[in-house]
Design a protein around this ligand. Structure first.
Ligand SMILES: [Zn+2]
Ligand SMILES: [Zn+2]
Length: 275
């Protein structure tokens, strides 16, 4: 089945469009199921940024109410998800907060290494003087720590550290291997996030070789466009499904009430709409 579990809303301050427009786009493109996963308020996790990149704490209840309201008018299942920054040392606070809300699934993502939002184009200059080998090591160490925390259902945009096409001088195969081993042990799901095709790196997160290792050791996958505009809903997901099929995946993970159910991977979508 074709689903899109990574959809943002205007509340994160860097996305646009009404939630019903995102849903309308999904229905038009023939997606079987979608889930909103807006950025969980960083303010609730003790991070205050000059320019907000997440929902504000007082917007969270309204976000949840809006998803619930949309579920009633939708012709396809609409899940209540959320994308949460994994912040080392804040595991207990994160757990306490997450248990208070009825999320169908929680995507755990890493956008920061120390104080650097390395996924943000405004800070791209730092790549020029950063030790990229070390950055990759630190990034994947945090992914592993995040998986082990047990707080999340899905790893968001795994390998997003390559977003601006800065790669280590040495091979990073060992990081991929070690990460896959830890993810498998943690029984966490990986999303195939198609937004990498729209980023400078022009490659999905994670890349094909990474996905092949996931398949090899039995890590479940789900799919997301990381839409920040209604038009981006479903974007790249047909291509993503074809890659999954080629690699040998036959199922994708869906979530309801925190419970993971594997569903058959289907390649059928509206033939006249390019996804
Ligand atoms: Zn975002
Ligand atoms: Zn993200």
């Amino acid at each position: 089945m074709m689903l899109d579990y990574h959809i943002h809303t205007w509340r994160c301050c860097h996305a646009s469009g009404e939630m019903r427009e995102y849903l309308a786009e999904a229905e038009k493109k023939g997606l079987a199921e979608i889930g909103f996963a807006d950025h969980f308020p960083l303010g609730m996790l003790g991070v205050d940024l000059d320019e907000p990149v997440s929902m504000q704490p007082d917007e969270l209840d309204e976000y949840i109410a809006d998803v619930h309201a949309l579920q009633k008018s939708a012709s396809i299942p609409v899940r209540l998800g959320v994308e949460v920054d994994y912040l080392p040392g804040q595991e207990e606070l994160t757990a306490q907060l997450l248990q208070q809300y009825p999320f169908d699934y929680v995507i755990g993502s890493i956008h920061f290494v120390k104080d650097w939002d390395f996924t943000h184009p405004d800070y791209i200059k730092r790549y020029e003087w950063a030790d990229i080998d070390k950055l990759y090591e630190e990034y994947f160490a945090e992914v592993c720590r995040m998986a082990k925390s047990g707080l999340f259902d899905i790893v968001g945009h795994l390998d997003v550290v390559k977003k601006f096409s800065f790669f280590p001088r040495k091979s990073w195969d060992h990081l991929v291997e070690e990460t896959c081993r830890i993810l498998k042990e943690a029984d966490i799901c990986v999303e195939l996030n198609s937004s990498g095709w729209r980023a400078p790196v022009r490659e999905a997160y994670p890349g094909e070789a990474f996905l092949a290792q996931c398949q090899d050791i039995g890590i479940p996958v789900t799919m997301g466009s990381d839409a920040h505009r209604p038009k981006e809903v479903g974007c790249g997901l047909r291509r993503a499904a074809l890659i999954l099929d080629k690699i040998g995946f036959t199922e994708v993970a869906s979530f309801a009430g925190g419970k993971r159910t594997m569903r058959p991977l289907e390649l059928t979508v509206e033939p006249n709409i390019s996804l």
